[in-house]
Design a protein around this ligand. Structure first.
Ligand code: ZN
Ligand code: ZN
Length: 170
């Protein structure tokens, strides 16, 4: 993304947009495979400090759910503001242009999702049998309940002998 300062009016924000479709570039930056293209937006204002750039990157990538490990799609988003001056490496004196390619790459790197869930209320895996609790209900009820109620362990010990009690399976 190239910003020609001759095309900017002092103090007036101008939006530059770019669609990144290069799958290899996106994959390398995200550390994951992109689902489609990424939309880059740079709102640029030339003022006393230099070129103020508010940059954003938005897209989706293939990911795995942090709780159950199922394949899912993660939302990628990042935005940040950077002030560039004519002393920065992004500025080329000869053409009076800022080259924002490096910043765009940085924004895409930072847009990679830190946490991904297949759905907000994903039940995750059973810590005992490893079953996907979104798909099956197993009989490992002792451990499933530990988080919700630590006393349920005691309750279960007391109930030993009535093992079918509380089972969701028929
Ligand atoms: Zn999940
Ligand atoms: Zn289980």
């Amino acid at each position: 993304m190239i910003v020609d300062i001759k095309s900017l009016d002092y103090g007036v924000p101008t939006v530059f947009e770019e669609v990144v479709t290069d799958k290899d570039r996106l994959t390398a930056l995200l550390g994951a495979e992109p689902v489609g293209e990424f939309n880059i937006k740079a709102k640029c204002v030339l003022d006393d400090e230099g070129l103020v750039v508010r940059l954003s990157a938005k897209g989706e990538c293939y990911a795995r759910c942090d709780r159950c490990g199922e394949a899912t799609i993660g939302n990628c988003f990042c935005d940040f503001t950077e002030t560039l001056t004519e002393g920065d490496k992004e500025f080329d004196y000869l053409t009076e242009r800022y080259d924002l390619t490096g910043l765009v790459d940085e924004c895409i790197v930072l847009s990679a999702p830190r946490a991904t869930l297949c759905k907000e209320d994903c039940k995750g895996l059973c810590p005992v049998c490893g079953g996907n609790l979104n798909k099956t209900s197993c009989d490992c009820k002792v451990n499933q309940c530990v988080e919700a109620n630590p006393f349920s362990v005691l309750q279960d010990i007391l109930l030993t002998g009535g093992a079918k009690n509380g089972s969701t399976k028929k």
